[in-house]
Design a protein around this ligand. Structure first.
Ligand SMILES: C[S@@+](CC[C@H](N)C(=O)[O-])C[C@H]1O[C@@H](n2cnc3c(N)ncnc32)[C@H](O)[C@@H]1O
Length: 261
């Protein structure tokens, strides 16, 4: 792990190190995962398709449960995250479940210095883009790690829902939909400060198009993988929604890396 972190990234790294144990309790069903369950939902499994024998790079993998779930489906996996605490737990889970995987602790923006390999699939999901200061660089890093005709897949919070107050009991607009260079900052537990950047749907899609990706699909859903806002309700095991309101809460996107002309 190198230390090329900006002040904001350093603060986010401390925040994520502190969050890990709560995140593990609230986000993942670790007991059932250890018994053999997958953390992957039916949409990702269908949209990503067959991963058997494919080399898969998972960006911002947190404690690696999704990474290890792709390995259970036959992928040869590498997970990366900049939280040393998260990566240590991922390595422990790998041992406990006897699944073959590689976990690397790295800032995504320093990844070229830390991994020397090309992949068939680059995958990332569920609460990732807000932590990233530069989407153009992000897209170029994805392109760098993919083999020609390799696939990028993302399942993410829809940018539209990020305009609402996270803690209010009903949807109240408090944030801009569009990117401003400065991140939004907030305090967690009085001690830890988080910084999040806003990216619109066009920022995300255009960052990939500029890197010569062909977009295979962009899907929008009125349900989401977790309770990102207080006013969301659970509909079943995997999904939350907003009762009586049909707005986009989540998107998925698949893109193929074309060779540069
Ligand atoms: C919401 S989690 C990722 C989603 C994952 N599927 C999960 O729910 O556990 C966000 C992750 O991004 C990581 N992260 C944030 N900024 C990063 C950066 N610049 N480089 C690498 N990882 C980063 C955090 O450490 C955290 O594990």
């Amino acid at each position: 792990m190198n230390d090329n972190l900006t002040l904001e990234e350093k603060s986010n790294q401390e925040l994520w190190n502190r969050r890990i144990s709560d995140h593990m309790k609230s986000w993942y069903d670790i007991d059932n995962f250890k018994k053999g369950d997958s953390s992957l939902d039916e949409i990702q499994i269908k949209e990503v398709g067959n991963v058997n024998g494919k080399h898969l790079l998972h960006l911002q993998c947190n404690i690696g449960i999704d990474t290890l779930s792709w390995a259970r489906k036959g992928a040869i996996v590498t997970g990366i995250d900049f939280s040393p605490k998260a990566i240590n737990i991922a390595k422990k889970l790998k041992k406990e479940t006897n699944i073959d995987a590689q976990f690397v602790c790295s800032n995504i923006f320093d990844l070229k210095e830390n991994i020397n390999k090309k992949f068939d699939i680059v995958y990332t999901s569920q609460g990732v883009l807000g932590w990233l200061k530069d989407l153009s660089k992000w897209a170029s890093i994805i392109s760098h790690f993919l083999k020609p005709n390799g696939m990028f897949y993302i399942m993410e919070i829809h940018p539209f829902v990020n305009i609402f107050d996270y803690f209010a009991q009903e949807p109240i607009i408090v944030h801009s939909y569009f990117n401003s260079e400065k991140p939004v900052s907030y305090k967690e537990n009085e001690k830890f400060k988080g910084y999040e950047w806003t990216w619109s749907l066009s920022d995300i899609v255009n960052s990939l198009i500029k890197e010569n990706f062909t977009i295979k699909f962009l899907n929008e859903y009125d349900k989401i993988f977790g309770k990102t806002h207080s006013f969301m309700e659970r509909t079943d095991k995997n999904w939350w929604h907003i009762s009586g309101l049909k707005i986009p809460l989540m998107f998925t996107l698949k893109a193929i890396k074309q060779e540069k002309e």
